[in-house]
Design a protein around this ligand. Structure first.
Ligand SMILES: Cc1cc2nc3c(=O)[nH]c(=O)nc-3n(C[C@H](O)[C@H](O)[C@H](O)COP(=O)(O)O)c2cc1C
Length: 187
């Protein structure tokens, strides 16, 4: 697939088929991630994969409960109060795979930004491979709670930066609008 096509046609997918992502594809996506640029080539990332359906379901329920409990202190989430309170809402939209990129802090000051860049490689590569993806900001706070890190064997100094769900798309939404770019200066 042409890169421009991939950039324009990738969408955040919020409805997935009940079909696992082959392990080789997940490895391929991790390879796409590690070929992202990183400050001083520090490659400050580490990865986790959850494919277990029950674990994803449990995580989704725990995250919803956590966000609703704390929503009064999270102004940017107020608009999602109703969504999160809906028992039918699934944080991962029934995607069969969650690939999370963790920043390894000891690797340098650009670690978080580097992981965001790596996640875009994952999402574009997934699209080019016929997979759907969606970045899951809702999961971030919860994945970084000390107890949750402990549960998954994640070192305290690692920070979850980019949880990306993956799967075969059941519905591809129309492109959401983009505003015209604001060009501040062009000398
Ligand atoms: C940092 C970040 C966090 C996001 N968090 C969520 C999320 O928690 N749930 C969700 O459904 N989409 C999430 N998205 C997807 C955005 O809503 C989506 O990218 C945006 O609406 C534009 O749509 P598009 O990706 O199809 O172009 C997130 C995207 C980014 C970059």
């Amino acid at each position: 697939m042409d890169l421009k096509e991939a950039i324009l046609q990738r969408r955040s997918i919020r409805n997935y088929l009940d079909q696992a992502v082959p392990k080789e594809m997940i490895h391929e996506l991790i390879q796409a991630a590690i070929w992202a640029p990183s400050g001083s080539n520090a490659q400050p990332w580490a990865f986790s994969v959850i494919e277990d359906r029950e674990e994803l379901e449990r995580l989704s329920e725990e995250i919803k409960a956590f966000l609703l409990q704390n929503i009064d202190n999270m102004p940017n989430l107020q608009q999602y109060r109703k969504t999160l309170a809906n028992p039918a809402y699934r944080i991962f939209y029934n995607a069969p795979c969650l690939l999370t990129i963790y920043a390894k802090y000891q690797s340098g000051p650009n670690a978080v930004g580097d992981c965001y860049i790596a996640s875009q490689n994952v999402m574009l590569a997934a699209h080019a491979m016929g997979l759907g993806s969606c970045f899951c900001g809702f999961a971030l706070h919860y994945l970084n709670l000390p107890d949750v890190k402990k549960r998954y064997g994640v070192a305290e100094e690692n920070q979850a930066v980019a949880p990306v769900m993956l799967g075969y798309p059941a519905v591809i939404p129309p492109p959401p609008q983009r505003r015209e770019p604001e060009i501040i200066f062009w000398k």
